[in-house]
Design a protein around this ligand. Sequence first.
Ligand SMILES: Cc1cc2nc3c(=O)[nH]c(=O)nc-3n(C[C@H](O)[C@H](O)[C@H](O)COP(=O)(O)OP(=O)(O)OC[C@H]3O[C@@H](n4cnc5c(N)ncnc54)[C@H](O)[C@@H]3O)c2cc1C
Length: 386
Amino acid sequence: MDTLIVGGGLAGVLCALATSRVAPDHVVMVVEQGKRLGGNHRWSWFDSDLDIHGHALLHGAEKSRWDGHELRFPAFGRAMQTGYNSMSSVAFHDWAAGLLQPDRLLLDTTVTQLDEGGVTLADGRRIEAERVIDARGPHAIAGAGAAQGVQVGWQKFAGFEIAVSSHGLVRPIIMDARVNQADGYRFIYTLPLTADRLFIEDTFYSSSPVIDATARREAVWRYAAQFGTPTTEYSREVGVLPIVQSGNPDLFWPAGGGIARAGMAGGFFHHTTGYSLPLAVRNALAFADEVAAGQAPDANWWRDRFLQHWRDQRYFRMLNTMLFRAAVPDERYRVFEHFYRLPEPLVQRFYAGQMTWADQLRVMTGRPPVPVTRAIRALLSEKDHA
Ligand SMILES: Cc1cc2nc3c(=O)[nH]c(=O)nc-3n(C[C@H](O)[C@H](O)[C@H](O)COP(=O)(O)OP(=O)(O)OC[C@H]3O[C@@H](n4cnc5c(N)ncnc54)[C@H](O)[C@@H]3O)c2cc1C
């Protein structure tokens, strides 16, 4: 066994798929505790989040795609031209499980112990491998605190796929902030999956990770009524993602070898949106390229990428600090309202985590959405390590 990936979620599976495409002789196995790959998720991304190689990696997976999307704030609304994509974990499993060789995929199998030379399964079996990648998801940052080196706020959400006949929506509304601003910055996200099916998610940028799915369901059904009469609920997802304000990357991922980490487990997510798909795609392609070139990317290779990512995200952590520490919770929407008036290419680069210096300056110009003195105080109080 050349590479053993623990966790058949987004990052682990993409890594295995990308590698088997360019280096079919490299034996990669995925071990997943669930009966299916990908858990219970819906992943969405903008066209501009990925380059052509990234889009090619996801080619063949069933997904929804729209030519643009909308934003709605109390003071203004905006139609954006950037294409938007969404894929359910059901589609992800059907696609990926069909591509991975059956003898290289262990479903319904829990790993209880990982080390550099292999893993131990819950039934006591041992699988040896040249290298092990920990792609067990957000466990490494769940409940993160100083002990793991990061200070976080939360993006939490409950989404429901429901039947709403003749809703008439043709493009996603990725933020409708014209809702009651309770518990931090709140917005509702709506995807018109089919002519009579909507995915509606109630989302909060909150200081607390606690979310009441029952209350969110009621709120979503009330919101859906503007589009038609909601009837059946087909599925739901509940998520709590870390929004990093500051931290010490050496505590989160200490130096000195150890086990490679991919996906959320390795801190590979956008510090303001909590999203990880673009990074999972880029890392999978980079890992596969290394393998195809005859290299053997080890834990240090992954950690170096993490450290680079941490440095690249410094600006986003600063924005988060202003959002969580300088803006009054019920007024946090103003930060986003201010941001979404900016030119669309800048917004694209924001989501892709690829803002230029000029972009960063541009976001800070104009009438500040939070009081300057509070912003400065908040920034000075954070101990962030670049
Ligand atoms: C509800 C929700 C919606 C999200 N939506 C988006 C989105 O739209 N766009 C976006 O970019 N990001 C989104 N994210 C954030 C992020 O992209 C996802 O969390 C993504 O799935 C993370 O990928 P991952 O591979 O790191 O972890 P996961 O996809 O969570 O995969 C980890 C896998 O490891 C398995 N596992 C854990 N422990 C073991 C073990 N001991 N043995 C074997 N297997 C194990 C788990 O069962 C799981 O399948 C969302 C997150 C959530 C929770």
